[in-house]
Design a protein around this ligand. Structure first.
Ligand code: B12
Length: 418
């Protein structure tokens, strides 16, 4: 589900920090509430953000919480990755629910048990293969959730994460470094009473390094840290780490105004940025005052942003390329779609024209539809392969149901590794 474009409003400055204007926050909350109430797979990031915003009491939130519990009892012991378990744990904590006893559909599951098990598997894999079973982003989520829950064991994972963040070879994205920073900040705080001085020194070093790098990147990026979609998590990281970059100061109004000038339409993007705009971070997930949480005031709904079928047609060139595995291929076609169509329409038109070479499959995810297979060649989490989307030679910053190609644009889907 996409939300109507949010209107841009001026930023309010408050003594000692920044705050987003009420209208912008209300529109974001409304988008989240609307998306809590859809048929799409339940999204723990949405519940987490609504709870952090103090808007967790609505019927939509209760429904979403129930759906998350049902999914947890069904999937946790079977096929949930460590990061999914961690996000579910954060969502439950922020709803003042125990992740250790999730009850639904007549079953009970201990999410923490599975999160610990999957995190231990990530660590064991990382020790042998030099990379986690999933990604460092998910390992960051794992450490964060175990740390906030307070009873799990995450020290070894935190050390590995800190070393990766500090490693000169690290090509970690802003999103991943932001998640790692939140996790390591939590660990640094929680280990204070336990006398882990050497470990805390390493964590401090990692957090200070990333936080300072984000301040530099924000200066160079005119308010953005990475791209518009990574800036939300980076802002959360900067909100949580002021003591680590002091006496340096954060120009939060520059960052807020960059973010508020963007029209976020994807609920997950909003769910990552909104906490920071309210001075909150995922570190606050375990401290939500559930008794006080309110509901969102309804605003008039905006219309859906769709390509008008009467729009003029544009031409888009589309290539599918595999030079990585098995029988290599490189096919190009051209399709005509109404101006304003999302990339999905291009893939569908190409498939209709030539199903032999341009067939594709997608999977519903928290960010929308992800392309998981083209021309019979599937992405694999075991091999760490995926279908990368590019415009010319530039990687797209959005997926197929959000990106809108221009006339004469050349889109490429290239089978790649991560
Ligand atoms: C790790 C990661 C990937 C990995 C996922 C590998 C894996 N199996 O774990 C890989 C490298 C495959 C990947 C691919 C892409 N990604 Co990515 N990814 C991330 C990252 C850093 C973390 C996601 C995660 O693990 N979440 C935690 C888990 C527990 O939650 P989850 O809901 O189960 O996560 C799944 C989805 O997020 C999905 N996914 C990951 N990226 C994307 C992108 C899109 C468009 C979709 C629909 C789904 C999707 O894969 C995750 C694992 O199954 C996020 C950063 C962020 N801020 O969220 C960017 C992020 C989601 N990705 C992004 C983008 C742009 C892409 C690509 C479109 C890049 C490209 N040019 O090809 C492609 C997807 C193309 C396609 N085939 O449809 C953007 C999305 C922005 C937007 N507005 O849509 C983000 C926010 C990064 C950024 N700041 O630009 N990504």
């Amino acid at each position: 589900m996409l939300c109507a474009a949010l209107s841009v409003v001026a930023l309010l400055g408050l003594a000692g920090g920044c705050t987003a204007p009420h209208d912008a926050v209300t529109q974001m909350l409304q988008c989240l509430e609307g998306s809590a109430d859809t048929d799409e797979p339940p999204n723990p990031s949405i519940l987490l953000a609504l709870n952090l915003a103090g808007a967790g009491k609505s019927s939509g939130c209760k429904q979403l919480l129930q759906e998350l519990k049902e999914t947890a009892v069904k999937r946790a012991p079977k096929d949930m990755t460590s990061g999914e378990l961690a996000l579910y744990t954060l969502a439950l904590l922020s709803s003042c629910q125990s992740p250790q006893q999730v009850e639904a559909l007549g079953h009970t599951v201990d999410l923490l048990h599975w999160l610990q098990k999957r995190t231990d598997e990530e660590v064991a894999y990382l020790e042998v293969e030099d990379t986690p079973q999933t990604t460092f982003y998910q390992l960051g989520l794992d450490v964060l959730a175990l740390c906030l829950e307070g009873t799990g064991s995450y020290e070894v994972a935190a050390v590995m994460l800190a070393k990766e963040v500090l490693s000169p070879r690290n090509g970690l994205s802003v999103d991943t470094r932001a998640m790692a920073t939140l996790a390591l900040t939590c660990a640094h705080g929680q280990l204070a009473t336990a006398g882990f001085d050497e470990l805390r020194e390493l964590l401090r070093d990692a957090v200070t390094t990333t936080a300072n790098a984000f301040l530099d990147e924000q200066e160079q990026g005119n308010g953005l840290i990475g791209n518009i979609y990574s800036t939300g998590l980076a802002l959360q990281a900067l909100t949580a780490t002021a003591e680590f970059y002091a006496p340096r100061e954060w120009n939060c109004s520059q960052a807020f105004s960059a973010v508020l000038h963007h029209h976020f339409q994807q609920p997950t993007a909003i769910a990552q940025v909104l906490p920071a705009l309210l001075g909150q971070t995922y570190l606050d997930a375990a401290g939500v005052d559930c008794a006080a949480a309110g509901t969102v005031q309804p605003l008039a709904q905006g219309g859906k942003d769709r390509a008008d079928q009467a729009s003029p047609l544009i031409t888009v060139y589309y290539s599918v390329v595999n030079k990585l595995r098995g029988a290599h291929f490189n096919y190009t076609t051209q399709v005509h779609v109404p101006a304003g169509s999302v990339l999905l329409a291009v893939l569908q038109a190409a498939q209709e024209q030539d199903p032999t070479h341009f067939s594709f499959q997608t999977k519903a995810t928290s960010w929308g539809a992800m392309v998981v297979s083209i021309n019979g060649l599937a992405a694999s989490t075991t091999d760490k392969t995926y279908w990368q989307l590019l415009s010319g030679s530039n990687a797209l910053e959005q997926g197929i149901d959000a990106y809108k190609p221009q006339d004469e644009e050349h889109i490429q889907a290239i089978y790649s590794t991560y």
